[in-house]
Design a protein around this ligand. Sequence first.
Ligand code: 3PG
Length: 222
Amino acid sequence: MKRFFNKKITDCLRRVGVMAVLVIEDPRHAVPTAKALLRGGINVMELAFRTPNSPEALRRILAEVPEMIAGVGTILFPEQIKNAQNLGAAFGVSPGFSREVVAEALERRFPFAPGILTPSELEMAISFGCQTVKLFPAQISGGASYIRAIHAPYSHLGIEFIPLGGLTPSNIGDYLKYDYIPAVGGSWIAPVELIRSENWNLITARAKEAVAIVQKLRNGSI
Ligand code: 3PG
């Protein structure tokens, strides 16, 4: 199977265990948010392209915070793949599965993880050669035990799941105990209200809290 979501990114996701999802309204908030995450130990983020200023926010992060591995989220249309790639995004993700979007990413060799929820969607992703998928919305769909169930018939294929949707410090440990879940993601670390109010210290504290949970889990102390 082709490695469509490249190894550098999956290795980085596995190392940190947590990906921050950001929605940035004001591009002036982009760099301080990325730096606040880095201070808390998180160096991988999905910038959801849901505001008119998202491309400018990404541009600033890529230029001024090169240590951050910045991907683009909420990719819904094939032309957004081209835009994200031209901007220099490290990878792309989407909430759901679109054949057109996945085909475009494949054609352009742009690292991409589509969103899936059901076995049929997962099989479509597999048929395109995707090895890493976003599972969304994870928590409301049954959480870690749902992923365990959906993973079972495909366990011989080495598929990796990144759950998003409804994750918090109180449930990330349930997911991260499975090898096939290299990282979890969510907006709780840097929600739009904290970005709007420029509460960089709280964003750093939340990043540190998440990283500490991952580390404790991996050391076997929880
Ligand atoms: C996403 O954009 O991937 C999700 O909205 C993240 O979900 P959350 O806001 O529940 O963390």
